[in-house]
Design a binder for this molecule. Structure first.
Ligand code: TRP
Length: 355
């Protein structure tokens, strides 16, 4: 008897810098956990990173570091297909073909496009679609918003549809792109009266979604917020960051409610410490005997216990270019096999036939 086909998971991460512990607890750790149960595909989105014109050296270094961090955190190239987006040129061809069925207007109304266009044009959040459109069509300002940025969702749809993936774990900010992918898939299927593309949905791994807070008292850990603990931070840097985390003046009355900065430290402690340690500090908070310095010291050591083995592996992996090249060559070969099959079906459906 043949084994039932596993469902296809796909996720990508833009190569824009080092991974932080928010990426690890929010996504990477879960990718590692599902590798045995699904047909897993994880790629590094270098072409998407190009939409904001990074420095070439920097882009190259970022692809390498994200790959090393994926592997060091436990993604296993024997179990998952791990590749770089630009190594699968079938995706870019599919992106071109898909674009023939995508409206410029619907792309311009995408939230991520509006945000990035506003930023590139120096506009504020109060500026509406009309303001953006006027500037985008203007002869001197228009060039600041490139067509790659506009068609970002088409490329992301191609990443997903080329694998016929149905489960796509993404952050909240990517849900609209996934919605567009479903729309493009439906539109293509119905235009050509075929059943080529399944509709992909966000994949929630079960359990409550984790929001990993930053160290600055409020909000989520994020690269652009400057409040991150990176997987590769060395112990001295990491301890310093944790010791500098925002706190408050301490509980004044027994069993008082925690302010956001303190609740955030407890969230991080819960992710990294043992239940008895968390319990100890909760009690100390409740009876007002807590010393935040002690909590932070403990927290720093417990975070280090998670990150140190990963950091050490990252350094070993980065030193081994031969290994990295081998992993990527094997990943690209596997990804391209399926990508080529899907693309050839798509070309056939659209009338690009071989003679
Ligand atoms: N746009 C995603 C992000 O910024 C990265 C990405 C590109 C992606 N293609 C994808 C994620 C396909 C999931 C599936 O986070």
């Amino acid at each position: 008897m043949t084994e039932p086909k596993k469902e296809i998971i796909l996720s990508g991460i833009r190569a824009t810098g080092n991974l932080h512990i928010g990426n690890y607890f929010g996504a990477l750790r879960k990718f590692v956990a599902v590798q045995n149960d699904y047909d897993c595909n994880f790629f590094i989105a270098d072409l998407h990173a190009l939409t904001t014109n990074p420095d070439p050296e920097q882009l190259h270094a970022n692809v390498k570091s994200v790959l090393a961090e994926y592997l060091a955190a436990g993604l296993d190239p024997e179990k998952s297909t791990i590749y770089v987006q630009s190594d699968v040129p079938e995706t870019t061809e599919m992106y071109l073909l898909l674009n023939m069925h995508v409206g410029i207007g619907e792309l311009m109304r995408t939230v991520s496009f509006k945000d990035k266009a506003r930023k590139a044009l120096g506009l504020s959040p109060e500026n509406d679609e009309e303001d953006i459109e006027k500037q985008v069509c203007g002869s001197d300002t228009g060039r600041r918003v490139n067509a790659g940025l506009l068609t970002y969702p088409t490329l992301m749809a191609a990443d997903i549809l080329i694998h016929k993936a149905t489960k796509v774990p993404v952050g909240k900010d990517q849900l609209q792109h996934l919605e567009l992918t479903r729309r493009f898939a439906r539109r293509f299927n119905s235009f050509y009266n075929v059943d080529l593309f399944p509709e992909p949905y966000d994949f929630d791994f079960g359990g409550a979604p984790i929001k990993v807070p930053g160290l600055d008292g409020s909000g989520k850990m994020g690269k652009s917020e400057g409040n991150c603990i990176y997987l590769v931070d060395d112990p001295k840097v990491l301890r310093k960051k944790v010791m500098r985390a925002v706190t408050d003046e301490g509980p004044q009355t027994p069993d008082s409610q925690m302010s956001e900065p303190i609740a955030n430290l407890f969230t991080l402690l819960e992710l990294t410490s043992t239940p008895d340690v968390v319990e100890h500090f909760r009690k100390a908070y409740a009876d007002c005997s807590i010393r935040y310095g002690d909590l932070k010291k403990q927290l720093a050591e417990d975070i280090l216990a998670v990150t140190t083995p990963i950091r050490e592996r990252v350094n070993d992996i980065l030193a081994d270019d031969g290994y990295l090249a081998k992993v990527l060559a094997a990943g690209a070969e596997r990804a391209r096999e399926r990508a080529a099959a899907t693309l050839s079906e798509m070309r056939h459906v659209m009338g690009i036939r071989k003679f």
